[in-house]
Design a protein around this ligand. Structure first.
Ligand code: SF4
Length: 300
C-alpha cells in the first residue's frame, strides 16, 4: 500500500475525515477529503458525519474546528504547526486594549487563539471583515491582530479602526518593488492580493480578496495569466482548476513554513496513535463560539 492508501484505510477505520488548508503541500491537498480556507473547513468539520477530524493546517484552525465540533476529536498531525500571526497577540493583550478603549467592540480575525477569540465580541474572516465592520453600529472598532487587514477593512467599511500591530510574515514580506518587478515582466497579468499584504501593496492590486476568493476570481476572469499575492500552496488548486491559465508569484516566493510542517507520515502516525489532539477548555470554547456565531449572524 502507498502511504496515502494506508492513511485512507486507517481513516475509514477511525471514522476520520481529513481536511487540508489551501496552503498545505500538494500531496496533502490531494489526500484530503476537503480542501479550503480555515473558516470554511471548520464549518465542514462541524457538519460532517465523523468521529475524528484530521486538520492539516495550523493550530488556531484546529482550535476553531474543536470549538465548533466539541463532540469530535480534532487532530493537528504536527503539534508544532503554529501561526506566527496568531501568536502575536495574547488574551491579556486584548484585556489591555479593552481597558484603554472602554466600550469599543473587539473584532478578532479568525487567525487568533481560542483564548483571544473568547475575549472578543466578534470574529471575522478575510472574506467578511468588511461586512462585519459595516454591520456594527459603532463608528470605532478595535481590530486584532492583523494591522494590514485592519487597514484594508477600515478603508472599505469607512469605520475608524484601532489595530493591533500584528502581521503575517509571509504576506508582510512582499514589497512594493517585488510587485512592480513582476508586473514589468508580465504587464498583462492582473495582480490579485490578499488583504494581509501591506497597504502599499494592496493599493497596487487589481483585485483584493480572501484565500477562497482567488479561486472564483481566476475562474471567472477573462485574463489568461495572473500574479498571485498569497501563499504558494494555493497554486496547486489554481493550476488544477484552470489548466489553460498561467500564474506568476511576486519576485519573492511566498511560503509559510508552518504550513509545510505536516507530512503524510505525521498524518499516518497521529491517526494510528490518535495523538496530537487539540482541545479547548469548555468555558473558553463557549465564549469563543459566541464570537464566531455573532460573526455569522451579522455577516450572513
Ligand atoms: S500564512 Fe501567515 S497567517 Fe497563514 S498560517 Fe502562515 S503565518 Fe499564519
Amino acid at each position: 500500500l502507498s502511504i496515502a492508501d494506508e492513511i485512507r484505510k486507517i481513516a475509514a477505520k477511525r471514522k476520520a475525515v481529513i481536511l487540508a488548508h489551501n496552503y498545505q503541500p500538494a500531496e496533502i491537498q490531494e489526500l484530503a477529503d476537503h480542501a479550503g480556507d480555515s473558516y470554511g473547513l471548520s464549518v465542514i468539520a462541524s457538519k460532517v458525519d465523523a468521529e475524528v477530524i484530521v486538520f492539516c493546517g495550523v493550530h488556531f484552525m484546529a482550535e476553531s474546528a474543536a470549538i465548533l465540533s466539541p463532540e469530535k476529536k480534532v487532530i493537528l498531525p504536527e503539534k508544532e504547526a503554529g501561526c506566527p500571526l496568531a501568536d502575536m497577540i495574547r488574551p491579556e493583550d486584548v484585556a489591555g486594549l479593552k481597558e484603554k478603549y472602554p466600550g469599543l467592540p473587539v473584532v478578532a480575525y479568525v487567525n487568533t487563539s481560542a483564548g483571544v477569540k473568547a475575549m472578543s465580541d466578534y470574529c471575522c474572516t478575510s472574506s467578511n471583515a468588511v461586512a462585519v465592520l459595516q454591520q456594527l453600529p459603532d463608528d470605532r472598532v478595535i481590530f486584532v491582530p492583523d494591522r494590514n487587514l485592519a487597514d484594508w477593512a477600515a478603508k472599505k467599511s469607512g469605520k475608524k479602526v484601532i489595530p493591533w500591530q500584528g502581521f503575517c510574515p509571509v504576506h508582510e514580506d512582499v514589497s512594493l518593488e517585488d510587485v512592480q518587478s513582476v508586473r514589468r515582466e508580465h504587464p498583462e497579468a492582473p495582480f490579485i492580493a490578499h488583504p494581509e499584504c501591506r497597504p502599499e501593496v494592496v493599493a497596487l492590486a487589481d483585485h483584493v480578496t480572501s484565500t477562497s476568493g482567488f479561486f472564483s476570481y481566476v475562474a471567472s476572469s477573462p485574463a489568461t495569466s495572473f500574479i498571485i499575492g498569497t501563499e504558494k500552496g494555493i497554486l496547486h488548486r489554481l493550476k488544477k482548476e484552470n489548466p489553460g491559465k498561467k500564474f506568476y508569484e511576486p519576485r519573492l516566493e511566498m511560503i509559510c513554513p508552518s504550513m509545510k510542517l505536516i507530512t503524510l507520515e505525521s498524518i499516518l502516525s497521529s491517526l494510528e496513535k490518535l495523538d496530537n489532539i487539540v482541545t479547548v477548555p469548555s468555558e473558553v470554547a463557549d465564549r469563543a463560539r459566541k464570537a464566531l456565531e455573532r460573526m455569522v449572524s451579522i455577516s450572513g
